[in-house]
Structures are given as structure tokens and as C-alpha cells.
Design a protein around this ligand. Structure first.
Ligand code: ADP
Length: 530
């Protein structure tokens, strides 16, 4: 075989390894439904199906001002949220860096840093502007965390968004089950997260009271509900991936008869990042195995490793390295690599996004991070009419991205290489988007809003809930917000699984600042009941 046909064969094989056909999607979704059922019935399963004790969903009429603290992503965020009661709000926020030393050090040091950040936020804003009604502010906490002297001083309610698996026992109490996303602070597993934070506030004599603990997925669901008058599912596709949805309490059988008998609904945090940790249903490749083996949590968060921003760059890097190292003849960059590419985690999924963005401008516009690139017309003036790039021009742009982001010498990167790299990105991320569709479909089936299509025949005889109505889904995360066509590919997968009618009624929208707004909504609700 010629060199180029050998390269084509290798690419075809990689494409095959990363493809999930329609039958595969159905199989994965059915396994998803089975694991959801297991988690609703039992404690201790990887896909933990955590009851959140959030039992009312906002409709947009909520009012008040509250603090929110968000830990779990790339940054720590402190915000003050003012809800206007008409689905709109005002949010003031500040981000603080969480260093690796804090992520992996002693947990009290991490929580002291959280308290310090809230303190800095309040100090910067001058006098705290939390609109706490005086009658409420004088009440003592149920568990006596404040002494009599404190009881006269108003304290501010705060909602904590904590995006790690927590087994909740009440809205304001929950134990950390395990760290994810690169965190491993010591002496934290099994501890009550609210207590850790409250103790840090109390050590600093701060009049802030943590009244609600929410997962970012729950926050996303609540904040979309506030903006849209209701919501079925909140999903995160960012550093990690996870989803929360509204379940009938009667179905959360592990809560026991005394709770399930009361009826009503409760938000369940699925922890779907841990779907299929047994990896019997996921279409893993040697590239996925390598990533998993070298990760800090082998055999954990299996689904997350196929889907989320923290991992997609690394899967693609593994493929690229294998093409560079191919024998007897390299299939990329004439066998050259770079320091950057050789490093674990050396390729950020944002680079994949940039590469696909440079290719996916079929309509002549190049949308990336919400800004429209304006092509230079070569005359020094600004070309305002939309420029349609030829394939060669697109590959030239991709080549430049590769040289810059992968820090490769220009001499070793050809246009053919650029084409190979962008195909690799597409294989890895299309698979992620299709698998994400399985998670959404499983929730729609679980909540009775859809039936799984098998071939062309629908199965299941139970009448559907809310037939013909809009199904509201709130999402957050860089991947779904910025990655070109991620949402469209997710929808295509959803169409395969639940059919066009249901898919067309699914309204997927960004829940902007969902974690902060959701925590505030939750905290205000909880605070008024104290
Ligand atoms: P978090 O989930 O940490 O709150 P984000 O939603 O911003 O924050 O997700 C950050 C993750 O998304 C990182 O893993 C990063 O690699 C990835 N990312 C950042 N920008 C982009 C982008 N434009 N396209 C795809 N992925 C991105």
C-alpha cells in the first residue's frame, strides 16, 4: 500500500473505534436506565442517584437577595444574587483561583480559603447589601450554631454549590462520598460539607450562615426553572459532566416508606459521570484505557471520561501520539512531537474546539466563543461581508492553530496533518456528544416524557407525561456552550433514541450562572422556612 492509503486505513480504523451506531446508542441508554433504577433503590452504587431534598421547583416568581458560593469547577465563585420575581435577576460575582496546593492539601485549609474569599467579596462590596427581612434575621438557628449575642446580629444566608458526590441527609447537610475532577483534599471524605464551611465562617466570626447545599446540576435545573417557569433536567457539560432531574419521590425507594409514602417530587442528582464504571456498555478504545489507567481515579467516573472537557483533549492527545509514533512510518508531523504534546493533559479540549471551529464554517461564518471572525480581505480594510473559506484555507487555519497550540515547528506540520488532526478531534468529540444524548434520553424515558425507539417500533405502553408540551432542559458548561455543533450532535443522538416528535419539543437552553443562581434560589427557599 502507498503511504497515503496506509494513513487512510489507520484513520478509518480510528474512526471505526470511536463510532457508536444507533444500536449501540440504544444499548447504552437501556443500561443507563437500569443503572438509574439500581441507584434509586439502593445506596452505594457508583451512579449514586442522590436525593437532594430539593422538593419545590422555582416558577420565576421568587424574590430576595442571597449569597452563593460555588466550588467544583475550574474556579471558585462568590456571588450575590438579587431575584426580581419575574424570571430576571441581578448577579454580582467574583472568581477566585483554587491552587493545586489547596485542592490536594488539608481540607480545613481549603475551607478557610472559601471563607476568606466570601469575606473578601463582602469587604470589597462595602456594606453587605443582603436584603434580609429584620424579623428573619433575628431568629436563631435550629441547631444553635449561634449564641444569644449572635442572635441579635443579622446573618446572611448563603447557598453552597458543591459539585462533588455528596450523600445528602437534609438540604443543609451532606457527607462527601468521593472527590472528582482533580481534587483530593485530605480528611474530607465522610465529613459534613456544610459543617466544614460553617466552622470556617465561625472561626472567622463571620455572620454568614450556610443554609443550603446544592450540586451544580441542581443549581442549573433551578436557575433554568426560574428563567423559564419550569425545568425537567439540568445538565453540566464542562470540566465534568453530570445531570439532575425531577423524580417522583415514590420512585426513590431507598428513602424508605416513611418518606416515599408522602408523595410529591424531589430533585435527584444522578452523578451520571459514574455511569457504567464497569465499562461493559461504553465503547472503549485503547486510547480511553490509557487515559483511565493514568488518571488519579482509575475505573471511576467512566462516563465522564468519555464525555467531559477535562478528558476529551487527553483522549485526542493519545490518538495523536499514536499516529506520531506509528511504525514503520509516522502518520503525523513526520514523526515529530513537542514537549507540550508529550505531557499528560497537554492538550486542552478548548484547542479541539478551536480546530473544529476553524473547519465547521460551512455557512461562511466562523462562530467561536460567540464572536464572529471577520476575514481579512487582503486590502487592509475590514471585510464585513461573510467570507466563505475554501477547504484549503480552512486547513491552513487549522495548521496555524496546531503550530501555535501544540507548539510544533511549522516545518513539520502539513495540510494533510491538519486534516488528520481535525478528523481525530471530530471522532472523539462526536462520540462524546452522542453519548451525552443517551444521558438526556434516559432521563426523558425515566420521567415518562419519552419512550425509547427500537428500530422503528416504539416499545412501552405507559401513557406519556406532558404529551405535546415543551420539555425544558437547562445546561451549563464550556463544552456545550462553545464546542461547535456539540448541541446539534447531542440532539441528533436524541432523535435516534426517542424520535423526532419528542426531540423537537426538547428546549435545551443555557442556564447562565446556573450554579450561583440555583444555590441562591435554594438558600432563599430554605431560609424562609427556618
Ligand atoms: P467548569 O465546568 O469547571 O465550571 P467550564 O464549563 O468552563 O467550567 O469548563 C471548563 C472545561 O471546558 C475545561 O476542561 C476546558 O478544557 C474546557 N473548555 C474551555 N473552553 C472550551 C471551549 N471553547 N470548547 C470546549 N471546551 C472548552
Amino acid at each position: 500500500a502507498t503511504d497515503s492509503s496506509a494513513a487512510e486505513d489507520v484513520l478509518a480504523s480510528i474512526s471505526h473505534q470511536f463510532s457508536v451506531d444507533d444500536a449501540g446508542l440504544l444499548n447504552i441508554t437501556e443500561t443507563f436506565l437500569r443503572e438509574m433504577a439500581e441507584g434509586l433503590a439502593n445506596y452505594g452504587y457508583p451512579m449514586a442517584m442522590i436525593p437532594t431534598f430539593v422538593t419545590s421547583i422555582p416558577d420565576g416568581s421568587e424574590t430576595g437577595t442571597c449569597l452563593a458560593l460555588d466550588l467544583g469547577g475550574t474556579n471558585l465563585r462568590v456571588c450575590e444574587v438579587n431575584l426580581h420575581g419575574d424570571g430576571t435577576l441581578h448577579l454580582r460575582q467574583k472568581k477566585y483561583k483554587v491552587s493545586d496546593a489547596l485542592k490536594t492539601g488539608e481540607v480545613t485549609t481549603l475551607f478557610d480559603y472559601l471563607a476568606d474569599s466570601v469575606d473578601a467579596f463582602l469587604t470589597e462590596s462595602g456594606s453587605p447589601s443582603c436584603a434580609v427581612p429584620p424579623s428573619l434575621s433575628r431568629r436563631q438557628s435550629r441547631d444553635g450554631r449561634f449564641n444569644d449575642a449572635d442572635a441579635d446580629r443579622p446573618y446572611m444566608p448563603l447557598g453552597l454549590t458543591f459539585s462533588f458526590p455528596v450523600e445528602q441527609t437534609a438540604l443543609d447537610s451532606g457527607k462527601l462520598l468521593t472527590w472528582t475532577k482533580g481534587f483530593s483534599a485530605k480528611n474530607a471524605i465522610g465529613k459534613d460539607i456544610v459543617r466544614l464551611l460553617q466552622d470556617a465562617f465561625d472561626r472567622k466570626n463571620m455572620h454568614v450562615r450556610c443554609v443550603a447545599l446544592v450540586n451544580d446540576t441542581v443549581g442549573t435545573l433551578l436557575s433554568r426553572a426560574y428563567a423559564s417557569g419550569g425545568c425537567t433536567l439540568g445538565g453540566i457539560f464542562g470540566t465534568g459532566t453530570n445531570g439532575a432531574y425531577v423524580e417522583d419521590i415514590a420512585n426513590i425507594t431507598k428513602l424508605g416508606n416513611s418518606v416515599t409514602g408522602a408523595g410529591g417530587s424531589m430533585v435527584v442528582n444522578t452523578e451520571w459521570g459514574a455511569f457504567n464504571n464497569s465499562r461493559t456498555a461504553l465503547p472503549r478504545t485503547p486510547f480511553d484505557n490509557k487515559l483511565d489507567r493514568e488518571s488519579i481515579n482509575p475505573s471511576k467516573q467512566a462516563f465522564e471520561k468519555f464525555v467531559s472537557g477535562m478528558y476529551l483533549g487527553e483522549v485526542a492527545r493519545n490518538v495523536i501520539i499514536s499516529l506520531i509514533d506509528a511504525a514503520p512510518k509516522a502518520h503525523l508531523f513526520s514523526g515529530h512531537s513537542s514537549h507540550h504534546l508529550n505531557k499528560q493533559w497537554g492538550l486542552d479540549s478548548a484547542v479541539l474546539s478551536e480546530i473544529e471551529g476553524a473547519w465547521e464554517d460551512a455557512h461562511g461564518t466562523h462562530l467561536f466563543n460567540g464572536t464572529e471572525a471577520i476575514a481579512d480581505n487582503g486590502t487592509g480594510g475590514t471585510e464585513t461581508t461573510k467570507h466563505r473559506y475554501s477547504d484549503v484555507e480552512k486547513l491552513q487555519r487549522i495548521r496555524e492553530v496546531i503550530i501555535k497550540r501544540m507548539e510544533l515547528p511549522p516545518g513539520v506540520v502539513t495540510l494533510d496533518d491538519a486534516d488528520v488532526v481535525r478528523k481525530v478531534c471530530a471522532y472523539v468529540v462526536s462520540r462524546a456528544a452522542r453519548l451525552s444524548g443517551c444521558a438526556v434520553a434516559a432521563v426523558l424515558v425515566q420521567t415518562g416524557r419519552a419512550r425509547l425507539l427500537k428500530g422503528k417500533v416504539e416499545h412501552g405502553a405507559v401513557p406519556l407525561v406532558d404529551e405535546g408540551k415543551r420539555i425544558i432542559v437547562g445546561v451549563d458548561g464550556s463544552l456545550i456552550q462553545h464546542y461547535p455543533f456539540f448541541g446539534e450532535k447531542l440532539r441528533a443522538s436524541l432523535r435516534v433514541l426517542v424520535g423526532e416528535d419528542v426531540e423537537s419539543r426538547v428546549d435545551i437552553g443555557m442556564a447562565k450562572d446556573g450554579s450561583g443562581v440555583g444555590a441562591a434560589l435554594c438558600a432563599l427557599g430554605a431560609y424562609r422556612q427556618i
